[in-house]
Design a protein around this ligand. Sequence first.
Ligand SMILES: C[S@@+](CC[C@H](N)C(=O)[O-])C[C@H]1O[C@@H](n2cnc3c(N)ncnc32)[C@H](O)[C@@H]1O
Length: 278
Amino acid sequence: MSPAASTPAPALSAALPAELAGSAATQAVGALPADTVVCDMYDPEGASVYHDFTLGDASEVRDILREVRATDGPVLELAAGAGRLTVPLLSLRRDVTAVDLSPAMLALLRERLTALPGALAGRCATVQADITGYVAPEPAGAAVLGTTSVSLLTDAQRRAMLRRTHGNLRPGGAFVLTTAQISEDAADLSERVFDVPGASGTVYRVHDLVAQDRGGRYTVVITPGGEGPRTVCHSFIRVVPPGELTADLTAAGFRVESTITLPGERYTSVLVRAVREE
Ligand SMILES: C[S@@+](CC[C@H](N)C(=O)[O-])C[C@H]1O[C@@H](n2cnc3c(N)ncnc32)[C@H](O)[C@@H]1O
């Protein structure tokens, strides 16, 4: 990331991850009014912002549906959030259990379900739980962990989640997940700043930063000024190399059947399909 020239006001910027010190993101946040709310992306204040600016994002949807279509039985969606992938999964006319840690994200998903025809919405159960320990009431035919959310977990959490997901699948059931990669040929890894229009028309300022060791990616989203306090949401995802993920899946009792790189410029994601051994 490229350090900015001056140091911002300390109070707000101190709420951002320490590695962002000196970045344009820290400088921009330090210049915001004192009543600005700085939070994690999936906190109650951040959830609606995340939902708004990802609502129109169709990434991974087609690829995940293709893999899930090749399975049968109930679908277990891990880290379902506000349902960006849940709603397309329901279009397969399968029962979907959507699990997420964040009550705020699940509330947005439930609200979204109310807009669907009853026959589809009735197939979805929402569960607030930690995917590292969640025990499904019945084994699923497919489990999905999309949007590179495996990268939100620490190594120990990831391994616990893989063991648990193995236990939550039928023998022969498939686990479909994606992991983020920094493109090897990403020539310029300096901080990027761009505007993203949300579904509501609100335009968000986004700072995208690659960790100095290329081990992860920071995102800082700043809402525009207007009525009420502004919100800054931040998130860090660590890069889990596909080889490491494959080793962890194998140790948890899966056989990795395929890995497909989904194109991207600065970041690519790798779609992994693993099958629960008998
Ligand atoms: C990047 S969002 C993805 C949400 C959704 N799949 C999408 O495509 O928009 C990551 C989600 O993971 C959830 N999450 C993070 N850690 C979790 C955990 N340990 N157990 C359950 N959910 C978790 C967050 O609450 C958030 O909703």
